[in-house]
Design a protein around this ligand. Structure first.
Ligand SMILES: Nc1nc2c(c(=O)[nH]1)N[C@H]1C(S)=C(S)[C@@H](COP(=O)(O)OP(=O)(O)OC[C@H]3O[C@@H](n4cnc5c(N)ncnc54)[C@H](O)[C@@H]3O)O[C@H]1N2
Ligand code: MOO
Length: 658
């Protein structure tokens, strides 16, 4: 990386000069401009075959043009007769009727009228013959022959008029309104439409949405992933979300970052779709070409570019004739958040689906949250309940670049543009994402561990909904003290006694022993200088002499305590660069972004890294006594002590204290 011989070209320097967002609009202004454009996007009615209308919205009221059933019919297998002929029938006094010479099966028109003293055999669904006013079940009758050999019916029970007869039009009658326009068609409604004989159904045409992603770094899922590339997750999430909002989606793949490629896809999309959604390349930086291509659209072209909100600032929306084009930010959370704020309501209106209900709840902020001045910030949160049943909102601090911060959030709250900080404990209004809030059976807060991940997957298999927050051991201890979690996974050494975790126990908290794991230094096996060091102190010498770059862990994590003890006040290069998980440390070293770091042995192995043990440590579970009795906690403890699970943990490289 040193001694650069290459220089940036004049062209590269030109693209580096970033254009600024000149006219950033407010959220309300952006929405109202889209609303105006919506008028141009007029929905159409089409008549679709019955088997193609599920999940579509009915465009007209539907009246029945026939009676259903269209004739009086029998609800049972038995005999059609006149109640007046069997008034006094009972088991000790069966009455005798003569049988008419036909059997009425469904689809057959009766030939004989039922007159005084007669009856006709009839099957379920058969048409009631003229003259009959009831049906008796075959079980209440018997057959015998009269002296002349003709069949006679013995009836053992009297009947009421209309017994076992479905009368014509009793289900749906001619002229009756059976379904209203706007109805979302499911199998139930489709059954009704079939029953009145409709083969073509008037439904609203689904708005057609074309989706594509832009970026040289993108690879479609299913293909190998070269270094520095990422999988295209935006197209899948945006396409599925558009389908959920009622659209028909055309997936157009990935366009590389050239004007030609993006223009070609854009034209293809405009040709076939009502709405075009592309993502990436909108923030006006080097390589952000999508915006330049959309800027060429006319009639009227871009209606805004830049909204004062986070995530989502670079959102760009254009209208071209009757089509709408939106460039959503490349960051997955920004893309899906802006989709839900701006595009989903539009699609729902265009496909006549109900608005998403605005389900809000009050929650207390778990940790202090800082915010940039100048734009409204939406913070994704995961919700839990403390022992007082108050909702507690834990911000998902993974940023807009993550896929999971939106996908795993229960909801979000907003921080006004002029507020720079909300302190822990502040009451916030959380808007719930989706229709329902699913509260977990088990909440685990604390230090990240792959052994814990395995235990959680086993708990989930048993049908429990588990939420985990990896915020470090100290965060776990605090959450357990505040009774905001069921279990805190911790590995904290008491500097006074050298013992693990026992100093965190209070009268309200119980400590359950977990397993042992080995913390150590990781490095690439082929790294010059490092590969010959065999002990921590030899390793420290090498770091000092060759100024090798480290990757550190976040303050508050148990691993950071181990690192600081190892370094003993020495601050090597990279000390300020922290990351939040064992895997992130291993990945940084493997990818040569750092030369060494500290992580657990199991992770070092899975990344194929060299490892020098620093210290065995104990990873245990701190549990508020008030929560110990909960079924999900009991289940967790049972799993922890199950022999097969313990063997699996051992095979993963953890030591089990028997
Ligand atoms: N100097 C500035 N830099 C940035 C600004 C700014 O105002 N000044 N805005 C930031 C904000 S806010 C956002 S949001 C991002 C969005 O930028 P773009 O829309 O131009 O997106 P890209 O640069 O193309 O990509 C950003 C990021 O997302 C990844 N990405 C892109 N497409 C996909 C996809 N289909 N699936 C998964 N991930 C995707 C891409 O690799 C980048 O990591 O800009 C900030 N920068
Ligand atoms: O607005 Mo960007 O969308 O902050 O992440």
């Amino acid at each position: 990386m040193t001694g650069h011989s290459k220089k940036l070209s004049a062209e590269q320097i030109k693209t580096l000069r970033q254009e600024q967002f000149l006219n950033v609009v407010s959220l309300e202004e952006a929405k109202s401009r889209i609303q105006e454009a919506f008028v141009a996007l007029s929905p159409k009615v089409s008549y679709k075959p019955l088997h193609q209308v599920r999940e579509r919205v009915l465009a007209e009221d539907i009246y029945s043009s026939i009676d259903v059933p269209g004739f009086d019919r029998s609800r049972v297998d038995g005999f059609a007769l006149r109640v007046e002929d069997i008034f006094s029938a009972h088991p000790q006094n069966p009455l005798c009727l003569s049988l008419l010479p036909e059997i009425i099966t469904p689809g057959k028109t009766p030939e004989y009228e039922v007159t005084k003293g007669t009856a006709t055999a009839i099957a379920t669904g058969g048409m009631i013959p003229r003259g009959a006013n009831a049906v008796v079940m075959v079980e209440q009758t018997d057959l015998r022959e009269d002296p002349a050999g003709d069949p006679q019916l013995l009836v053992y029970q009297s009947a009421n008029v209309g017994q076992f007869i479905s009368s014509s039009g009793s289900d749906m009658s001619n002229g009756e309104l059976i379904l209203r326009q706007g109805q979302l068609l499911t199998s139930r409604e489709i059954g009704m439409l079939a029953a009145i004989g409709l083969s073509k159904v008037p439904v609203w045409e689904k708005p057609v949405v074309a989706v594509f992603s832009t970026g040289d770094e993108l690879v479609a899922p299913g293909n190998p992933l070269p270094p520095g590339q990422i999988y295209d997750s935006n197209a899948a999430i945006l396409g599925s979300a558009a389908e959920e909002a009622g659209a028909e989606v055309l997936y157009l793949g990935i366009a590389v970052d050239t004007r030609e490629a993006i223009k070609e896809k854009l034209n293809q999309a405009l040709d076939k779709a009502d709405i075009v959604l592309l993502s990436g390349g909108t923030s006006k930086g080097a390589g952000d070409i999508a915006y330049h291509c959309v800027a060429l659209l006319k009639d009227p072209g871009i209606i805004f570019h830049g909204v004062a909100l986070k995530p989502g600032k670079p959102l760009c929306v254009a209208v071209s004739g009757h089509k709408l084009v939106a460039i959503l930010p490349g960051f997955p959370t920004s893309a899906i958040f802006t989709f839900h704020e701006f595009i989903a309501p539009l699609l729902r209106r265009m496909s006549f689906r109900p608005e998403d209900s605005k389900n809000e709840i009050s929650a207390k902020l778990a940790i202090t949250q800082n915010s940039d001045r100048g734009r409204t910030e939406y913070v994704m949160v995961s919700l839990i309940r403390n022992s007082l049943e108050d909702y507690i909102a834990y911000p998902i601090a993974k940023g807009s670049g993550s896929v999971t911060s939106f996908s795993q959030a229960d909801g979000f709250f907003s921080i006004p543009a002029l507020t720079e900080q909300l302190t822990a404990g502040t009451e916030v209004q959380v808007q719930i994402i989706g229709q329902h809030l699913h509260m977990p059976d088990l909440v685990i807060i604390g230090s990240h561990c792959t052994g814990l991940d395995y235990l959680v997957s086993q708990e989930s298999l048993s049908g429990m909904l588990v939420k985990t927050f990896s915020i470090g051991s100290m965060g776990g201890v605090q959450a357990a003290q505040k009774e905001e979690c069921d279990i805190a996974g911790i590995h904290l050494i008491d500097p006074k006694t050298g013992q693990y975790n026992t100093h965190c126990v209070t009268p309200d908290l119980t400590l359950i022993k977990g397993y042992g794991r080995l913390q150590g230094i990781v490095f690439r096996k082929d790294a010059t200088f490092l590969k010959d060091a065999k002990t921590p102190s030899e390793f420290l010498e090498v770091i000092k002499t060759h100024s090798l770059l480290m990757i550190n862990r976040n303050a508050g994590s148990g691993t950071r305590v181990v690192i600081d003890a190892f370094l003993n006040n020495f601050k090597p290069e990279g000390y300020l660069h922290t990351t939040r998980s064992h895997n992130a440390v291993a990945a940084a070293v493997q990818q040569k972004r750092a030369d060494w770091g500290v992580t657990i042995e199991t992770v070092a192995k899975s990344y194929g890294l060299g490892f020098i043990a620093l210290r065995p440590e104990e990873y245990d579970f701190l549990i508020p006594k008030s929560r110990l009795h909960r079924p999900a906690v009991q289940k967790f403890l049972q799993l922890l002590h199950t022999p097969t699970i313990r063997s699996h943990l051992k095979a993963m490289g953890f030591s089990i204290i028997e």
